[in-house]
Design a protein around this ligand. Structure first.
Ligand code: CUA
Length: 311
């Protein structure tokens, strides 16, 4: 009954709206029923004479069991449906297109797999899952696409993620949904959902005002050589001073303290900037120098993408 959301642009938008609507409806009807009953009882059972006495009310098991079981069942239903949606939103498909998002006060920059970049305009193909790897260069921002029903905080020094599958072509709003200073309200961008062919044209459009640069993974490969990473890390699986980076991304690795860590973008980033934060079991010496302050955000993203590509 109460749906105030914009068009349903992603494949899960209808499910999210269903749950949102259901919770809103239950809240509104319960509020009306409770306040209504309260007002009715206040009039119906009001004190009429000075001699009125409050009756002695005894415990009713049937009533108490009923008002425990019904709300519990309703809450469990909402939880199960909500958890399924949460699980879907947290687990992008393996074939998702990965786009890097950099937030600045007050603009959004996007970098596509082939090195194409754009400012305040995100172009994605219709019907393909898109995964955003997001990072802020200053304060806390929040990336919000109402039409896709996704929103996630964007922070400095850590990557956060979003994914969605667009099912509606067109131009849509992107907002910053976290107050981030003077021009927060102007920190908007446009999402272009286009056909897969138009997306390819967009990627290869060399006449675009912002000339495509090196793809992130290729820039990372260059940085890898320039910074001398290859002195300690092989790319073919052989052991030099540090662990080989072949297949280093994506699996769990045992740490020296006995715990395990998932080798995702954040782990790679941390291990470059501060290698001693999580020392792995097979290389306990922690001899790698820290690269904190020695790499630009672009070089870091490049290195992460390069290590990711070493399957
Ligand atoms: Cu960025 Cu508000």
């Amino acid at each position: 009954m109460f749906n105030y959301m914009p068009a349903q642009g992603s494949d899960w938008a209808a499910n999210i709206d269903f749950l949102n609507e259901l919770i809103t409806d239950i809240s509104v009807y319960c509020t009306i029923a409770i306040i209504g009953t309260m007002l009715y009882f206040a009039m119906r059972y009001r004190r009429r004479t000075a001699n009125d006495k409050t009756p002695h009310i005894v415990h009713s098991t049937a009533l108490e069991v009923t008002w425990t079981i019904i709300p519990t069942a309703v809450c469990m239903f909402l939880f199960v449906v909500g958890f399924q949606q949460y699980h879907e939103e947290r687990n992008p498909p393996a074939n998702a297109i990965e786009i890097n998002v950099q937030a600045y006060s007050w603009r959004w920059e996007f970098e596509y797999p082939n090195g194409r970049r754009s400012t305040n305009e995100l172009t994605v193909p219709l019907g393909m899952p898109v995964r955003l790897i997001m990072h802020s260069n200053d304060v806390l921002h929040s990336f919000y696409i109402p039409v896709m029903r996704v929103k996630e905080d964007v922070m400095k020094n850590i990557y956060t993620y979003l994914w969605f599958k667009p099912i509606l072509a067109g131009d849509f709003h992107i907002f910053c949904a976290e107050y981030c200073g003077l021009n927060h309200s102007a920190m908007r961008a446009t999402l272009h959902v286009v056909s897969p062919e138009q997306y390819q044209d967009f990627l290869t459009d060399r006449n675009a005002s912002n000339e495509p640069e090196l793809p992130p993974a290729e820039l990372g490969k260059k940085v890898f050589g320039v910074k001398g990473c290859n002195a300690c890390h092989s790319l073919d699986g052989s052991k030099i001073i540090g662990p080989s980076l072949k297949g280093a991304f994506g699996s769990e690795r045992p740490l020296a303290d006995g715990s395990k860590v998932m080798r995702d973008e954040n782990y790679i980033r941390e291990s470059i900037l501060n290698p001693r934060a999580k020392v792995c079991e097979s290389f306990p010496d922690g001899v790698m120098p820290a690269f904190e302050g020695q790499l630009s955000e672009k070089e870091l993203t490049g290195l992460v993408e390069f290590i990711k590509s070493l399957k």
